[in-house]
Design a protein around this ligand. Structure first.
Ligand code: MN3
Length: 231
């Protein structure tokens, strides 16, 4: 009996040692929201956050994992590295890998009240120098968000020559992707303008959503990403 158990447990241990780390390393995972689903109320409502994270983002992660059968090499890539060579893969990887990267970033770019901070002096100075004023930068970002026909994202990026730029991408594309029609750079701020991001609370009023979204921006994270991108 004890020999049998011992053999069984050795076998189980061997199987676990071989399989679990490989599987765990090969899967992309949905991180929990970095705050409670109602933490962005009243600007972004709890149910939108729950559905957006728990269903939409989860679906991108699951669909990306399904592509590991076709492209096992994806497992060895960071999301950033994947974005930078997205043209090597198919549309499913582009849409779902992009969806995973974009949403992972989006949750971090928002924060509950009291944890949002404000633009750091260095970032604010660059915004003023390049756009004339903070308000002008916001205005142009809003234009990118409202001007995006259908689904997509608006971005504030640091370009390869270390300038700020505002851009927009369709669907789940982003400025890290090696696509010919994308203005490339490192995103430091991004806004999801898919209807699933706002329809429950704002219906067709994308402008109102964009205006209110500025209230929940996590400037501490934007500052951190700006500093990192400028190095
Ligand atoms: Mn979304």
């Amino acid at each position: 009996m004890s020999v049998a158990i011992s053999r069984l447990s050795r076998l189980a241990f061997a199987v676990a040692a071989v399989c679990i780390p490989a599987l765990a390393g090969a899967q992309f995972t949905l991180a929990p929201l970095p705050y409670a689903a109602d933490a962005l109320e009243p600007h972004i409502d709890k149910m939108t956050m729950e559905i957006h994270h728990g269903r939409h983002h989860a679906a991108y992660v699951n669909n990306l994992n399904a592509q590991l059968k076709t492209f096992p090499e994806l497992a060895g890539l960071t999301l950033e590295a994947m974005m930078g060579q997205i043209t090597k893969f198919n549309m499913a990887v582009r849409n779902n890998g992009g969806g995973h990267y974009n949403h992972d970033l989006f949750w971090k770019l928002m924060a509950p009240e009291g944890q949002r901070g404000k633009p750091a002096p260095a970032l604010e100075a660059t915004i003023n120098a390049q756009f004339g004023s903070f308000e002008e930068m916001k205005k142009r970002f809003d234009q990118a968000a409202l001007g995006r026909f259908g689904s997509g994202w608006a971005w504030l990026i640091v370009t390869p020559d270390k300038k700020l730029a505002i851009t927009s991408t369709p669907n789940q594309d982003n400025p890290l992707m090696d696509l010919p029609d994308v203005q490339r750079g490192t995103p430091i701020l991004g806004l999801d303008v898919w209807e699933h991001a706002y329809y429950l609370k704002y219906q067709n009023k994308r402008g109102e959503y964009v205006t209110n979204w500025w209230n929940v921006v996590n400037w501490n994270e934007v500052n951190r990403r700006y500093e990192a991108a400028m190095k």
